[in-house]
Design a protein around this ligand. Sequence first.
Ligand code: GDP
Ligand code: MN
Length: 399
Amino acid sequence: MNIHEYQAKDLYRQYGIPTGEGFPAFSAEEAVEAAKKLPGPIWVVKAQIHAGGRGKGKFKEAEAGTGGGVRLAKSVDEVRTFASQMLGRTLVTAQTGDDGKQVNRLYIEDGSAIARELYLSMLVDRSTGRVAFIASTEGGMDIEKVAHDTPEKIVTFSIDPASGFSAYHGRKLAFTLGLAGDQVNQCVRMAGNLYRMFVEKDMSLLEINPLVVTKDGKLICLDGKMNFDSNALFRHKEIVELRDLTEEDPAEIEASKHDLAYVKLDGTIGCLVNGAGLAMSTMDIIKLYGLEPANFLDVGGSASKEKVKEAFKIILNDPNVNGILVNIFGGIMRCDIIAEGVVAAARELGVKVPLVVRLEGTNVELGKEIMAASGLKIVAADNLEDAAKKITAEVKKAA
Ligand code: GDP
Ligand code: MN
């Protein structure tokens, strides 16, 4: 789960991590109110969307010269102007895709006088099983370019969870970032607090780009992209409260309500599968036979008839779907239950696209009989390859 920058900055504050002073705003009026509470003479108006690259982003319907998603205002009046130019408009950045994202929230921050822009991120490094710090002196808006052209300028090191974070790590980080004097102490303190926050809040990713040194020598986290491990959210109600559903795909929200693991993709073949591994191989074999999956959908090991129906609904709501492949291995789950679910859903929802079903496992014969006796146009397949061939052929026939 992701959160907005202004929410991330509240977390920094809770952990004593230095960041700018600022307030969220949901209207131009609120933006003005926020600006009045800050000293000036520079205010930063920042679009709040769950995507980076806002500074270099462009608004879709903007009149000429209205700038990107991060703008420096020199007066409260200018804050009002920038706010009304951003709110309700669609911001397209390198990370949003062509559709962009509508800006519904802003963050108004006290402008910082920047001397240097650095890069710092933390993540769970699966290869070492540790939390890693990734740092570079080349912070700012072009870190992807740095990673591509001069990867040696990006330094990674990890923390042994048994011994935890120590001042030594902070000094190593400070050295990597080219800090000296009191900034080393600031860095040691900040990195320790970042590590504590990262672990306590079960984050999977934290990116601070830029981490800045101000002209008066202060280290400040000027941006914050945070991602939390969704498997640990049950113990972080305070984080779940920060969820912004408007940033998420409606079909994925609906799926999560029914405890279905669903990820929308760009293809045309809807997939209904039990088990993540089987779902992945189903997607692979669809591609092998020349088509593209419309989604990843894992109904889980113990899906009920109702759950299968909800899964069908989600797939059928995707206008790109022109064929459905059901691939179930009945281990814990019985094939006859699945067959009943498929038949009920196909009947009730009026499935008009070709439907191929491959069942295997417990009570498979009974399952096949139920489908055959339903009178519905369900194509039965014997194995994974047969299923992929059949859905490809059926979709071609229907076109
Ligand atoms: P992003 O483009 O979505 O990553 O948004 P950022 O929050 O990183 O802002 C983009 C850029 O705006 C930063 O790299 C800075 O150069 C600039 N910026 C952000 N806040 C300030 C500020 O307070 N003062 C100044 N001078 N520049 C800022
Ligand atoms: Mn940034």
